[in-house]
Design a protein around this ligand. Sequence first.
Ligand code: WT7
Length: 654
Amino acid sequence: MTEARLEAWLAETRSFAPSSEFTAQANVGPEIYAEADADPVTYWRRQADRLTWTKEPTVTLEWDLPFATWFSDGELNASYNCVDRHVEAGRGDKVAYHWVADAEGETRTITYADLQKMVAQAAHALTELGVKAGDRVAIYMPMIPEAVVTMLACARLGAAHSVVFAGFSAEALSSRILDSDCQVVVTADGAFRRGAASPLKPAVDDALKSCPNVRAVLVVRRTGGDVDWVEGRDHWWHELVERQSTTHECQSFPAEQTLLIMYTSGTTAKPKGIYHTTGGYLTQCATTHWQIFDVKPDTDVCWTAADIGWITGHSYIVYGPLVNGVTQVLYEGLPDSGGRDRWWKIIEQFKVSILYTAPTTIRTLMKWGHEHPEGHDLSSLRLLGTVGEPINPEAWMWYREHVGGNRCPIVDTWWQTETGAILASPLPGITATKPGAAMHAIPGVSIDVVDNEGHAVGNGEGGYLVVTQPWPSMTRGIYGDPERFKDVYWKRFPGVYFAGDGAKKDDDGDLWLLGRVDDVMNISGHRLSTTEVEHALVGYPLVAEAAVVGASDATTGQAIVAFVTLKLSADEAQRDQAGVISDLRDHVAKVISPIAKPRQIILTPELPKTRSGKIMRRLLRDVAENRPLGDVTTLTDPSVVNSIADLMSQGVEE
Ligand code: WT7
């Protein structure tokens, strides 16, 4: 569709009704909303029956705002629910994962029976390394089956895993290991990206220089590169794990046993260790995966094209799909490893029926041209999903037309690391969809949009997204910092959960997400705080001050623009601006991750500040996005902004 046609269409029709074919076979019907609304707590208790409990819960919700527990007297084992029970039910030969390597042609088929043996061996190995229930294990791995196996082995032992995205730096890794006091780290020698091996183990070695409590490192050999070895601390996976017994008796743990910690950026420089427990989290992952993706475990092949280093991978590559016993694709590479049609080849080869990915990836695939998807048979697809950021209608329509063949419903799913699982999404077969709208809360969840004072806005109005009732997969808090949990999420609007997102209700009352309203940026679906990047920049010796904003970007959603003033003694360096800028970008990549590299760095003699000394980020965002400048009356020296705008227009950037 051309832009003009799209606009005309949006103005007129604005929505797609579900097809009668889809509705006829959908897992759930429209009565589900009324059923959940009538008594959400009882509704969720029924959903918990999707799990196998060794002790059935008799209590459902205990709510001591803002702290909830769900199913607290129940007992279960997460890895048993994901793996063993499917084997015991006679489905051991069913494929759990079609693992697809970065290199074309390299695949591994892992059945549920295989997975059971691998998890058993890993659990024995971790036990040999001293891991016990209640411990924390850091996982810093590429997208290989051993990563999933390690997560499940931790869960099996009642130890919490803390997966750190393998794109994070040694410093980011060490701060996460220290914050939750992980004593064992599981990693690989390296990872493959577009055919090239890049080392991982050196970052672990580096990180561990400041983590004295880590006593063991378990290393998968993936790339075969040389690695430094610390005798007594380091162990090869193929030596330690593969000699273990392939059966492992598992023990049950309370529903509120911590299952996982996932660090995410907030509005300060220190990432928050968001933790989730077992019973409520698994219940909502499985329920949402079932309802929203309409999965048929016997026939569907699901592909969540995300990394296990983020919550999307946890909830919709590992826990939700495995509890539901489906077959999945697990892909190691990048969208263009081996060529720009790699994704479409994978879908064709494995007959993927459900595809879930981020808008930023869709925009990239769109940029590469529709001849790539059109050159492949994508008729196996029957449902598409998106997550991570608001999707622009143009990308949505491209996804619908060129990937979904105008027949697949698209579910735009809104959620967060903190929410554990999806909270807002259309239900396919029930809800009409609109390009760019998450539509409404899922059954059993209460969402509203409120104004500054916390009052619900009317249709056609915008405000802040809040969740007004507890839900099973809600985070139980920030690891080790309950006060911060209260401050960040529960203070802004007393009594309700403040998500940090702007939203609106359209004239029909349907929900649209509008992006973050705090200092959190969303770069290609990765969450980063402005403060975190500023902190990294001022950590560089030449830098006096830095202000970072997220400016809109056609491909990545937002991109990082940094305004930096150098120390006076840096006069010398200032003459080589290009050199300083490139060093600064590398420095940020080293301290945080390459994904945090600013798109632009503008060296400026001064930053715009209010009379009370606050940096005016809103103005800088306007400058970065070339918008006319708004109100500058509280600025100490308004000419500062103009000189920054001049610097940008002169193209003094990278
Ligand atoms: C933030 C959470 C949830 C897994 C991936 C990101 C944004 C997420 C949507 C959506 C508009 C979305 C929000 C949210 N977001 N999904 N469908 N529409 N915005 O998890 O890193 O915890 O980030 O991502 O701004 O607050 P996360």
